[in-house]
Design a binder for this molecule. Structure first.
Ligand SMILES: [Zn+2]
Length: 242
């Protein structure tokens, strides 16, 4: 029998799905469409942020006080053991990069609702050692999802990470600030493209904002006219590690 390779692959895929039906990564329910890693019930269970949500207002006030950011946009509330935590974990540590795109598309939708426009999307860069380990930058996947919805270009290599910073999970606010000091630099070949532009810095979760402030500071020092922060979820301090 001479079967076309695509056909054999399709048969193998269906057989695998029959033996191991795709399950939602958060609740283990069967998924009708295996390409969706999370079921709609789980997506809908995540609390949405609004422009008058106390967590949003509180975070925005703290971020703007530091003096670098002019606004912040976010989709979800990070809840411990909630579906978002599972999504963030699979995106960051289990190789499910498509979840980043999905989060980004949702964030892009919020940006359109809230009328947030910028010239360029800048994902928080990973250090090259971390990037090699993980294979992709989860913040870049989110930025690509935003770009799909809004059409705003992603500037992947504009900002780079100069140092391999230690994990911030166990650090307090002051320690996080010190940890992030001079953590970012601007690539010489892109420095002329920063002047006068507005940027949206994209990350998965914002807790204290030390990382995003440090990145915003570098863009402003290099002539950016305005920087806005975007993240898939906001967390109360100490709820999520960054
Ligand atoms: Zn589910």
């Amino acid at each position: 029998m001479n079967l076309a390779p695509q056909f054999t692959h399709r048969v193998a895929d269906s057989l695998l799905e029959f033996i191991y039906p795709p399950l939602c990564i958060s609740c283990d329910r069967h998924l009708e469409d295996g390409s969706q890693k999370v079921c709609s019930l789980c997506w809908n269970s995540i609390e949405r942020l609004t422009e008058d949500h106390p967590l949003y207002l509180d975070t925005k006030q703290k971020l703007l006080e530091a003096g670098f950011l002019k606004d912040v946009v976010s989709t979800f509330v990070f809840q411990k053991e909630g579906a978002f935590q599972h999504i963030a974990h699979f995106l960051k540590y289990r190789g499910y990069e498509s979840l980043g795109l999905e989060l980004g598309k949702r964030l892009g939708g919020v940006m359109e609702e809230w009328n947030i426009g910028v010239d360029v999307l800048v994902p928080i860069p990973l250090h090259k050692v971390k990037l090699r380990e993980r294979g992709y930058n989860q913040a870049e996947m989110i930025a690509r999802g935003i770009s799909v919805v809004t059409g705003i270009p992603v500037g992947t290599n504009i900002v780079y990470r100069m140092r391999h910073t230690q994990t911030q999970t166990k650090l307090n606010l002051e320690e996080r600030k010190q940890n992030m000091e001079d953590a970012f630099g601007v690539s010489a070949q892109f420095s002329s493209m920063i002047e006068g532009k507005t940027f949206l810095i994209v990350d998965d979760v914002i807790t204290t904002g030390a990382t995003i402030n440090s990145c915003a500071e570098v863009l402003l020092k290099n002539g950016a006219s305005k920087v806005i922060a975007a993240c898939a979820a906001l967390a109360q301090k100490d709820v999520a590690g960054q």
